[in-house]
Write a protein that binds this ligand. Structure first.
Ligand code: ATP
Ligand code: MG
Length: 264
C-alpha cells in the first residue's frame, strides 16, 4: 500500500462544547499539517485545554468533527489514543506518584503494545518479550530527556523540571504522530525553557505538534502556525508574525492583564 501524502494530520471542524450555559468552545476549526508545530494560545479560560480534552476523547463535543489522518474519529476513548498515534502531556504533571519514573514511562508505551485484544490473547511468550521491549524503549525515552538516572525514583522526590521531562518522555515513548503539549514550559526556569524550545522544534520534524503555552516568546519561536482562542472562539489564525500584528489578539490579552508577560 503506497503511503498517502495527507495535507492534514488533524482537522477540527465546527467543534462546540457547552458546560451548562457556558460555551467553552464555539464552532472551532483548525488544521495541523504533518511535521509542523501549531500553537494554540489565548487567555485563561479561552478553551485550550477543553480542545485537548475533546481531541483526547475526555470531553464529547455537542457538535463538530475531528478527522485524524483522513479518518473521522467517533466516540474515541482516552485509552485508545496511543493506538491512534496521538499522545498528550497535561497541564500540571499528572505523573503517578506511587510508581517509579520508569513505570510511569512504561505506562505510555504499554497502552500502545496492549492496544488490541488479539495482541493480548496471543500468549505469554509474546507478552514477556513485549515487557522487555517496553522497558528498553522507556529507558531510551528517559535518556533522550537526560533523566535516565532517575528511572527508579518516585516522581515526587524529584525537582519539578525533572518531572516535566519525565512527563515528556512518557508522551514521546509511544512515538506519536500527533503530540499535544499543554503548557510544557509552566514552572520551568529560563534555561530549561530554552532547552524545551529546542526539543519542541525537534519533535516538529518527527511529528505534528500542538502546543498550548502562555510563554509568548516560546510560542513565537517554535510555532509554524498559531491559532488564537478567546472565549471559546477562534479570533485569529496564521503564522507568528500575522498573529503578533493582529490588534484583536492584543485586545484579547489586554482584557486579562494577569496574562501579560512583558519581562523588559
Ligand atoms: N469540566 C468542566 N465543567 C465545567 N466547566 C468547565 C469544565 N472544563 C472547563 N470548563 C470551563 O470552560 C472554560 C474553558 O476552560 P479551559 O480549561 O479549556 O481553558 P484554558 O484555555 O485551558 O485556560 P488556562 O489557560 O487557564 O489553562 C472555562 O471557563 C472553564 O471554567
Ligand atoms: Mg488550560
Amino acid at each position: 500500500m503506497a503511503p498517502t501524502a495527507l495535507d492534514h494530520l488533524l482537522e477540527v471542524e465546527g467543534v462546540t462544547v457547552r458546560f451548562g450555559g457556558l460555551a467553552a468552545l464555539s464552532d472551532v476549526g483548525l488544521t495541523i499539517a504533518p511535521g509542523t508545530v501549531a500553537g494554540l494560545i489565548g487567555p485563561n479560560g479561552a478553551g485550550k485545554t477543553t480542545l485537548f480534552n475533546v481531541l483526547s476523547g475526555v470531553v464529547r463535543p455537542q457538535s463538530g468533527s475531528i478527522t485524524l489522518k483522513g479518518e473521522r474519529l467517533r466516540d474515541h476513548r482516552p485509552h485508545q489514543l496511543a493506538g491512534l498515534g496521538v499522545s498528550r502531556t497535561f497541564q500540571g504533571l499528572n505523573l503517578f506518584g506511587h510508581m517509579s519514573v520508569l513505570d510511569n514511562v512504561i505506562v505510555g508505551a504499554d497502552r500502545l503494545a496492549r492496544g488490541g485484544l488479539p495482541e493480548m490473547l496471543t500468549g505469554l511468550g509474546r507478552y514477556q518479550r513485549d515487557e522487555r521491549e517496553l522497558t528498553a524503549r522507556a529507558m531510551a525515552a528517559l535518556e533522550e530527556f537526560g533523566v535516565a538516572d532517575t528511572a527508579h525514583a518516585l516522581p515526587g522526590t524529584l525537582p519539578y523540571g525533572v518531572q516535566k521531562r519525565v512527563a515528556l518522555a512518557r508522551a514521546l515513548v509511544s512515538e506519536p504522530e500527533l503530540l499535544l503539549l499543554d503548557e510544557p514550559a509552566s514552572g520551568l526556569s529560563g534555561d530549561d525553557t530554552a532547552e524545551l524550545a529546542a526539543k519542541i522544534r525537534g519533535f516538529g520534524r518527527r511529528m505534528g505538534v500542538m502546543l498550548v503555552e502562555h510563554h509568548m516568546d516560546l510560542v513565537m519561536d517554535v510555532c509554524d502556525h498559531i491559532v488564537v482562542l478567546n472565549f471559546g472562539q477562534v479570533i485569529c489564525s496564521g503564522p507568528p508574525a500575522v498573529v503578533q500584528a493582529d490588534p484583536a489578539v492584543a485586545e484579547a490579552y489586554l482584557g486579562t492583564p494577569a496574562q501579560e508577560e512583558n519581562g523588559d
